[in-house]
Design a binder for this molecule. Structure first.
Ligand SMILES: Cc1cc2nc3c(=O)[nH]c(=O)nc-3n(C[C@H](O)[C@H](O)[C@H](O)COP(=O)(O)OP(=O)(O)OC[C@H]3O[C@@H](n4cnc5c(N)ncnc54)[C@H](O)[C@@H]3O)c2cc1C
Length: 623
């Protein structure tokens, strides 16, 4: 879209048609939904209007949908005549990798938050979770589709929401009325010829009762996070950045003493030929992880966010990988296929097989990352605080009471409006006494893993994964990791595991420790579920009402103020930043950074849904 037309549309249609800026004055937050984001001209105009307004809301959320985002290289051209080159430059720098996911970025120290959904609005919008106060409606398709689409828009309208569109007339007004909006045509005398002579402005005033998925929004802003590993640190950071006062309770005397204490770990995306929910979830998480980890590295956390190679020696070689990549249509800014020679050139040493190159992958030191995230303003860490029990305080009638967190002597450790359980398998133990039949247990499993480290002068420039992995630590090499099912025990090191790690390092990179080098390492236990997906989000009601419909995760009632983030398996570094932001968004009632079908896939109540479906003989996937 040409910038002049986009700018005029925002300033003459969308902002006045939604009675902005007046309607956001004095609000804590205000959410705009733009169904045709284009090159972001509406966003820039809205952002500038927000900047110019002394009565502006505290936080502006701008949610855009765009099926075909411009290539990053063309964006500067599209913004060439923007009256706000400084804002345009910020948007260009934050422009996401063009893959079909939701992409979140923050500006103005978090006071302006942008979420871009890449996909066709009619199919993507129903999967998004947000409450829009103002809708910038793009061009609407023919009537039948419009009716369907506008219902999806209405499903995301907050009480008192408004809508504006450059279109007008019965073809739009009738479906708007059916969807619950009361439209009127407002004439635009003297406006530019680029726009029509009238606009549609509509107020959301549905006559029918709205059926919406239960919300997990919490009223207060005090949170307790139990556990200071990767999950807990990420949750604490995300909540603090969303304006919560967070206390992290950790049973050890220091954070990250258990599974999250390795000297290095990998983060990266994934490629699946079908691009199903698993691939979309891990891609969204990997892109978020890159942004977060790059910021951490820039602030001194040991690591590198400049790419990762994943060797793939499958039969068919390079052509097979190239064909698979072509089928997915993924862009090279997310993943590309390299020959063994090209991968070797990038890695700085000879590699034996072609590789997937993830430019947004990398490695980071989990322990240092945890400390960095816990240092976020608004987060207080209490170590030596082992949580034994949760109970509800006695609250005001009608309002969900705060949670109390107690130790083994039944002493109160903390009281909060929200509790996020990030204490790995122990989350289940804390919930068990509160849970009614069928809520728990989760099918959790542990896998023991050992990493091996030795001092080495090497030329490896990027982490390399495949069968095992090699991480180039400064002046040292870290390789791993073993996998062995079994419950946690003493974290002792085994010589045969070192041997196994070194064998695979040799096959991957040809590297070996010098004969005199001494080996060190670390042992931990990964926590998995039976479907290898994490457990994340608002907890389902622990005492489910009799007769409650349970065939879709999104319909399950929630336990007010109780959230969980655990079972991160072997991918904690990739998953934790995005999933923490999901928890923070659910608790805060702000737009979710993940589509509903992906949230269903990791929902803590998904085993209840499976059981309900089995009981009724239903088939198909959640949601
Ligand atoms: C050998 C190995 C290699 C790995 N490599 C990678 C890799 O390359 N990339 C990657 O992404 N992931 C990797 N992982 C996985 C990653 O380490 C985990 O996904 C991650 O550490 C899990 O973090 P967590 O916070 O859920 O759990 P944890 O780190 O176990 O943290 C849970 C915390 O809760 C605390 N706690 C428990 N109960 C209580 C209580 N009652 N009260 C207070 N505190 C409590 C614990 O003390 C602990 O600090 C690896 C794992 C292993 C074992």
């Amino acid at each position: 879209m040409h910038s002049a037309a986009g700018l005029q549309r925002a300033q003459q249609i969308h902002l006045p048609g939604n009675r902005l800026p007046a309607r956001w004055a004095g609000r804590t937050r205000f959410v705009v939904l733009d169904t045709a984001f284009g090159a972001g001209h509406h966003f820039l105009a809205t952002w500038q209007a927000w900047r110019d307004d002394p009565q502006r809301c505290e936080t502006l959320f701008f949610v855009g949908i765009e099926e075909h985002p411009l290539p990053a290289a063309d964006l500067a051209q599209a913004h060439a005549h923007s009256p706000w080159p400084d804002l345009a430059a910020l948007l260009q720098a934050a422009w996401p990798v063009p893959v079909s996911n939701l992409h979140r970025q923050v500006f103005e120290g978090g006071r302006v938050q942008w979420l871009l959904g890449v996909g066709a609005a009619p199919s993507l919008l129903p999967k998004m979770r947000l409450q829009a106060d103002a809708v910038f409606l793009g061009h609407v398709m023919p009537e039948v589709v419009a009716g369907h689409f506008l219902k999806a828009v209405a499903a995301h309208a907050a009480p008192g929401a408004t809508l504006a569109s450059a279109q007008h007339g019965a073809a739009l007004h009738q479906p708007l009325l059916t969807a619950g909006f009361v439209p009127q045509t407002v004439s635009l005398a003297g406006q530019s010829a680029a726009l029509s002579a009238a606009l549609t402005a509509a107020d959301f005033a549905p006559r029918h009762r709205l059926h919406r998925a239960p919300s997990a929004e919490v009223r207060g802003r005090r949170a307790v996070v139990v556990g200071a590993g990767l999950a807990g640190a990420a949750a604490a950071q995300a909540l603090a950045q969303a304006g919560w006062q967070v206390t992290v309770l950790e049973r050890h005397q220091a954070p990250a003493q258990e599974t999250s204490g390795n000297p290095g770990g990998l983060f990266h995306g994934t490629v699946n030929a079908d691009d199903g929910p698993y691939a979309r979830l891990f891609r969204a998480a990997a892109l978020r992880a890159h942004t977060t980890h790059a910021a951490a590295v820039a602030q001194g956390v040991p690591g590198a966010a400049q790419g990762l190679l994943r060797l793939d020696a499958r039969s068919g070689g390079l052509p097979a990988l190239q064909a698979m990549l072509q089928r997915t249509g993924l862009p090279p800014s997310y993943v590309e296929v390299l020959s063994a020679d090209a991968a070797s050139a990038l890695a700085g040493l000879p590699l034996p097989a072609p590789a997937w190159h993830y430019p947004a992958g990398g490695w980071i030191e989990p322990l240092a990352w945890v400390r960095w995230a816990l240092a976020t303003p608004g987060v207080a860490l209490r170590t030596g605080a082992a949580v034994q029990r949760l109970q509800r305080a006695t609250g005001a009638p009608g309002a969900p009471a705060a949670w109390q967190v107690l130790d083994a002597e039944d002493q109160l450790l903390a009281e909060a409006d929200a509790v996020v359980l990030c204490n790995a398998a122990q989350a289940q133990a804390l919930l068990a006494p509160l849970a009614g039949p069928g809520t728990l247990p989760w099918p959790l499993r542990h896998t023991r893993g050992q990493v091996t480290q030795f001092s080495a002068a090497h030329t490896l420039r990027l982490p390399v994964a495949g069968d095992g992995y090699a991480i180039p630590l400064p002046g040292a090499m870290l390789c791993g990791a073993t996998r062995e099912a079994g419950e946690p025990g003493p974290p002792s090191l085994r010589d045969e595991d070192h041997h196994h790690n070194l064998e695979r390092l040799q096959r991957l990179t040809g590297l070996q420790p010098a004969p005199e080098a001494s080996l060190s390492g670390r042992t931990g236990w990964r926590l998995h579920t039976d479907d290898r997906l994490p457990i994340c989000g608002a907890l389902q009601a622990l005492q489910m009402p009799p007769g409650q419909r349970a065939d879709q995760a999104r319909l399950l009632p929630r336990e007010p103020g109780l959230f969980v983030l655990t079972a991160l398996g072997a991918r904690g570094l990739t998953l934790a930043p995005l999933l923490a932001q999901l928890v923070a968004a659910q608790a805060s009632g702000t737009p979710w950074p993940l589509e509903q079908d992906l949230v269903d896939a990791i929902d803590p109540g998904r085993w209840r849904v499976r059981a309900a479906r089995q009981a009724t003989g239903a088939t198909g996937k959640a949601g």
